[in-house]
Write a protein that binds this ligand. Structure first.
Ligand code: MSP
Length: 501
């Protein structure tokens, strides 16, 4: 089966920060997990390059929008291998192949009668590229996200008949309750629709950094329509000479934070309905990474640089920390102190030490060969944190995009394996010359470690590759506890998570 997963495409008005890395890693965990299950995965990320946010930032810096876009898109492109993101394509909306396709789709929306010419007046946030409704405004007519005072803007332009989709959208959410998760986000979308939809302007008259409207090239398209369509257009040119649209559309999952829920839950389905394109199957809306009490964001100046964090802790630790510390779906604070604490206690001690100990004991007591012919120990397989059926549990959670809960299940198993070492004391069994019991314990430890490391692979791809190689495991397919019988030669490894200097 195909599995097409996307991240938002990020504005190039600034460099990437950890908030962008967070969503992208989340989508990467899902993409990697699905590949392990043998699915035909396509994973898209990229940059949103048109519109006011970029044009204004370029003006402030005294460069052209294209120069700014090229420079910052490169920073996003450089970030992907740094955080071990396995995207299949990186779309840039300034790519002509995208703009041509956007024009085609929007012409269809026009021809289907969903646009008209008119005047619009309202409070406009240039950083969001969005008119705010009275209920969305912060105190003193401010943007609730950027905390800047907004001005009333009047524009002559083209409109999209969003209001005409109210009934259809409400029916859609009623008939497809799975379209948006978590549930409380779907309820927010429904409440927004029930509050009444206004038509939205579809073009900008005084801007030339964008996609010209095919039927009125004096105006450029509203950047959100240009941007949302990336999920669809990318498939037509991601592989030269091939159109992947039939293979991967509709998308299985759009991942994003709650700041752009309105665009994805209302504008996006309405636009697709207007163009006669199938709707995506699901969207998952996560919360914010906070620094202190506030959303980490460039405009608030409290961002953590992902490049710096990786230099200090490594990419696996960053990937692990973000999803362990902040429950995916909720807001949560992160801090360097919290990062260091989890690195030491969980990665280095719980997981790293378990791996080193198990491999060292098999080396010492069994010449590096995992004992063969031993049975799975029910004490390790059953109950809380048990290894039996763990892959089914994790698979089920990740099918619901429960990235943190799936990691909790894996960590429960890591801790259970550590307790097993402490309880069975292989060193005492070796002294007592209890060969059969020692075989059984060592086999169970090696097998448990293999199974849980395969499940952890999407979270910590680098260290799990090292560990799986040491465990003589070539495949990355998920495995059931006890499915491998032993007999393989394993090797000792250097600490997976060395002490921080
Ligand atoms: N360009 C639009 C998206 C268009 S998608 C068709 C945009 N870009 S953005 O650069 O502002 O990125 C917003 C997204 O970045 C959020 O939805 C989220 O995925 C991610 N995040 C940015 N800051 C974040 C946090 N502090 N916490 C969590 N996610 C963060 O909006």
């Amino acid at each position: 089966m195909s599995f097409y997963v996307t991240t938002p495409i990020y504005y190039v008005n600034a460099e990437p920060h950890l908030g962008h890395a967070y969503t992208t890693i989340g989508a990467d965990i899902l993409a990697r997990h699905m590949r392990q299950r043998g699915e035909d995965v396509f994973f898209l990320t990229g940059t949103d390059e048109h519109g006011e946010p970029v044009a204004q930032a370029a003006e402030r810096e005294g460069v052209t929008p294209r120069e700014l876009a090229d420079r910052n898109a490169q920073r996003f492109l450089d970030l992907m291998p740094k955080i071990d993101v396995s995207n299949d394509f990186f779309i840039r909306t300034s790519d002509e192949r995208h703009t041509e396709r956007v024009q085609e789709v929007m012409q269809r929306v026009h021809d289907n009668g969903h646009v008209y010419e008119g005047t619009y007046e309202g409070f406009y946030c240039p950083r969001c590229a969005d008119f705010k409704t009275p209920t969305e405004l912060g105190p003193g007519n401010t943007c609730p996200i950027h905390e800047i005072v907004l001005e009333v803007v009047t524009e002559e332009n083209w409109f999209f008949r969003l209001s005409s989709f109210e009934g259809e959208l409400l029916r859609l959410y009623e008939e497809h309750p799975d379209l948006i998760a978590p549930d409380f986000r779907r309820n927010e979308a429904i409440a927004f629709i029930r509050g009444g939809l206004q038509d939205v302007s579809l073009s900008r008259p005084k801007l030339d950094w964008g996609v010209p409207l095919p039927w009125d090239p004096e105006q450029v398209m509203y950047v959100w329509f240009d941007a949302l369509l990336n999920y669809y257009t990318a498939l037509s040119f991601a592989r030269p000479g091939e159109d992947l649209t039939d293979r991967y559309w509709p998308a299985n999952l759009h991942v994003m934070a709650k700041d752009i829920l309105k665009f994805h839950s209302i504008y996006w389905p309405a636009l697709l309905l207007a163009a006669g394109i199938e709707l995506p199957k699901r969207m998952y809306v996560h919360g914010y990474l906070l620094m202190g009490e506030k959303k980490m964001s460039k405009s608030l100046g409290n961002v953590l640089d992902p490049f710096e964090a990786i230099d200090k802790f490594g990419s696996d630790a960053l990937r692990f920390y973000c999803f362990r510390e902040v429950s995916f779906g909720q807001d949560g604070s992160i801090s360097t102190a919290g990062f260091e604490a989890r690195y030491e206690t969980e990665l280095a001690n719980d997981f790293g030490n378990l791996a080193s100990r198990v491999l060292a004991m098999i080396d010492r007591y069994r010449d590096g060969v995992v004992p063969e012919g031993a049975e799975v120990d029910p004490d390790l397989a059953d109950g809380e944190g048990g290894l039996g059926g763990i892959e089914v549990l994790v698979t089920g959670l990740l099918d619901r995009t429960e990235i943190t809960r799936a990691l909790e299940v894996c960590w429960g198993a890591v801790r259970r394996l550590n307790r097993y070492v402490e309880e069975r004391k292989p060193w005492e069994l070796a002294k007592a010359d209890d060969g059969a019991e020692l075989d059984r314990v060592l086999y169970n430890l090696a097998e448990g470690l293999r199974v849980v490391t395969l499940l952890l692979h999407p979270y910590v791809p680098r260290s799990s590759d090292v560990l799986l190689a040491a465990l003589a495991e070539d495949s990355r397919e998920l495995a059931a506890f006890g499915s491998r019988g032993g007999g393989q030669s394993v090797e000792r490894i250097a600490p997976l998570f060395p002490k921080l200097s």
